[in-house]
Structures are given as C-alpha cells and as structure tokens.
Design a binder for this molecule. Sequence first.
Ligand SMILES: Nc1nc(=O)c2c([nH]1)NC[C@@H]1CN(c3ccc(C(=O)N[C@@H](CCC(=O)O)C(=O)O)cc3)C=[N+]21
Length: 284
Amino acid sequence: MTAQILDGKATAAAIKSELTARVAALKERGVTPGLGTVLVGDDPGSQKYVAGKHRDCAQVGIASIQRELPATATQEEIEAVVRELNEDPACTGYIVQLPLPRGIDENRILELMDPDKDADGLHPMNLGRLVLNEPAPLPCTPNGILTLLRRYGVEIKGAEVVVVGRGVTIGRPMPLLLTRRSENATVTQCHTGTRDLAAHLKRADIVIAAAGSPHLVRPEDVKPGAAVLDVGVSRNAEGKIMGDVHPGVAEVAAWISPNPGGVGPMTRAQLLVNVVEAAERSAG
Ligand SMILES: Nc1nc(=O)c2c([nH]1)NC[C@@H]1CN(c3ccc(C(=O)N[C@@H](CCC(=O)O)C(=O)O)cc3)C=[N+]21
C-alpha cells in the first residue's frame, strides 16, 4: 500500500476559486484587494516565487503591486519602499521577500511594516497576537499545512505531532497553531540539538519536516499510517533539489505531501487568504 497524496496543488486551486468569489464581492462594495511584493536583488529562486504570487493574484482578481530593488539597495532605500506601501491605500497587504541581502537588518524592516498589511503573518506584532490567542493574519506555511490536513480529513485533535525544525517561518509558529484549543494536538519540536530524532519520529501520527536536511526522515523512522509532510528544500552535493523526506516513506505512511506540489502551493494560497481577509476587515 502506498500513501495517499496530500495534493497541495489541487487544494490550493480549490481555495483560489473560493477566493475569487470573495474578491468579486469586495469589488461590488468598492474595495479591490492589492498585494504588494518587495523583492531585493536578483536571486532567480526569489524572482520565480514572487512571479508565482503575482500569477495567483491575477487568477483571483487581486491587484498586483511590484517593487524591485537592486542587490546593492541600502537599508534606508528598502525602508523607504516599506513606508510607501504602508501609506498606499491600493496596497491592502504586502510581503517583503526573504531572505534580504547580507548586511540588511531584516528584523528592522519587518518591524517597520504596518501589521495590518502583513500578508505573511510574520510581523512581530502578529506573532505576538498568535501567542496571545488574539486574531491575526496567520503565518502562511503553517496555516497552509493545517488547511491541507483538514481537507484530507487527517485527525489533528489529540494527534502526536513532531515538527522538525525551528525556523521563523515554519518551525517556530507551527506548534503555536497546532496547540490552540481549536486544534488540540500534542506537539514535540525537534531540531539539530535533538538527541534521538528517530525515537520521536517513530511515535508521531503527523510529521512536519521543515529542517532543510536532505532525506532526514527515513522510512524506518515512520510509524505505519502516519501523515508525513515534506516542507524542506535543500540541495545535495550534486546540486539536486531534495526534500526532507526519503521517497521510501510513501510505502509506510498513510498520507504524504510531496515536494513540489504539496505545501508550496498551499503557502501561496494562504497568502491570498490573508490579503483578502485584510481587505474584508478594512471594508468593515
Ligand atoms: N516574505 C516571504 N514570504 C514567503 O512566503 C517566502 C519568502 N519570503 N521567501 C522564500 C520562501 C519560499 N516560499 C515558497 C512558496 C511557494 C513555493 C511553491 O509554490 N513551490 C511549488 C513549485 C514552484 C515552482 O516550481 O514554480 C511547489 O512546491 O509545488 C515555494 C516556495 C515562500 N517563501
């Protein structure tokens, strides 16, 4: 038996078609949601992600506002663009594509953003709201993971979940979402300092692998019937793109999210959800 695919691409498409109707309703009321992106430098990967976000916007009727700065941009120049988007009424939500070039104080840029326009849900105010159980735009990748699990009927309530990784975009916020009363999962957070990762993985009903370590999750470490989500991307010695999950895991798990085609498209869909919700809030 091979695992059922948690198809992020198809699920994201369904979410986008729901959003299209909500965007149309907003437009009837005179509000056009607009997503801004700030891209600094010429990293081909970042350019590709940002282009994908604008393609998604066009599909659902969200206006696109693109700001591009050269890799040589200064802290002040980037901050000026952030201030401009904070003031721009056509921009109802925006993101600053990460990572920023070396030498730029990323956290200072994020703090300068208007938290009500934070489409990523990564502004310190919104991360704080998440900790305090107050309404806030949610971090896109963790929220995309939850949405994917729900749509496929994977039981979250009471589940033993192992999150591998402690990055700001996934590893740290993921347990905050999973341990809300509405989710009620039990979470173990593993990282490079974890003594016996395999022992933790073996007990997990749901594994969320976001470590960026090629094939870290091996078939022999996974409990039969588990759901395994591959969120990692890294390159092996030959430069080949690798996920965090060994392909053999598909023979042990009951559900698996592939990479690509899994959590990536869900991240983009949740970004659009945050933009639409912010516009709905501002429309009153
Ligand atoms: N402020 C900020 N917010 C982010 O959300 C953000 C960021 N910075 N920096 C970089 C990472 C990376 N990221 C991805 C999103 C979607 C795919 C995605 O959709 N991938 C497709 C494949 C894409 C393709 O091949 O064209 C897939 O997994 O199927 C990938 C990567 C968002 N990030």
